[in-house]
Design a protein around this ligand. Structure first.
Ligand SMILES: [Zn+2]
Length: 156
């Protein structure tokens, strides 16, 4: 049997996840919704994460939903951010996202706006890993901040 490396990498990302923050798959950085082969089917990484964590798809009509407000990232496999939902629930999530509050008013935000400014200022001066350790967040969050995918409303 050929070892499916992507599936193995994904499995590794599902173990010891830091609470709350997005956990992003490392491959296909240009894709907003990476996919992989799992048990003979093409699925997006979020759905694959649910299946691999022992949460099978309840019906063919269900889709992998990301937690509204806290997570907008199709590359995220943080199990706290993922659940199965119907298309209607997915649409409802989007409506909720549309009215959500940004940044530090978000109840799950781990950083303040001034910390995000500092993190932006440290870009290039320290490794993302080191910055992450300093602020107690994941390197993937630092990467998202530096690429202006989150906290994009902060101007420096
Ligand atoms: Zn997430």
């Amino acid at each position: 049997m050929i070892k499916n490396t992507r599936v193995e990498q994904l499995r590794a990302l599902l173990v010891d996840q830091p609470p709350g923050v997005c956990v992003l798959v490392p491959w296909h950085p240009d894709r907003s919704q990476p996919i992989l082969w799992l048990r003979g089917e093409v699925v997006n990484v979020g759905a694959a994460a649910l299946i691999l964590s022992g949460q099978p798809k309840p019906s063919p009509a269900h889709v992998c939903c990301h937690a509204p407000v806290v997570c907008h990232n199709g590359r995220c496999v943080q199990l706290e951010h993922l659940r199965w939902g119907t298309q209607a629930e997915n649409m409802a999530d989007r409506l909720e996202d549309g009215t959500h509050h940004r940044g530090e008013r978000c109840p799950t935000a781990k950083l303040t706006e001034s910390q995000v400014r500092e993190i932006l200022a440290l870009r290039g001066a320290m490794l993302q890993r080191e910055i992450a350790a300093r602020y107690g967040v994941s390197p993937s969050l630092i990467s998202l901040i530096h690429s202006r995918e989150v906290w994009a409303h902060i101007v420096i």
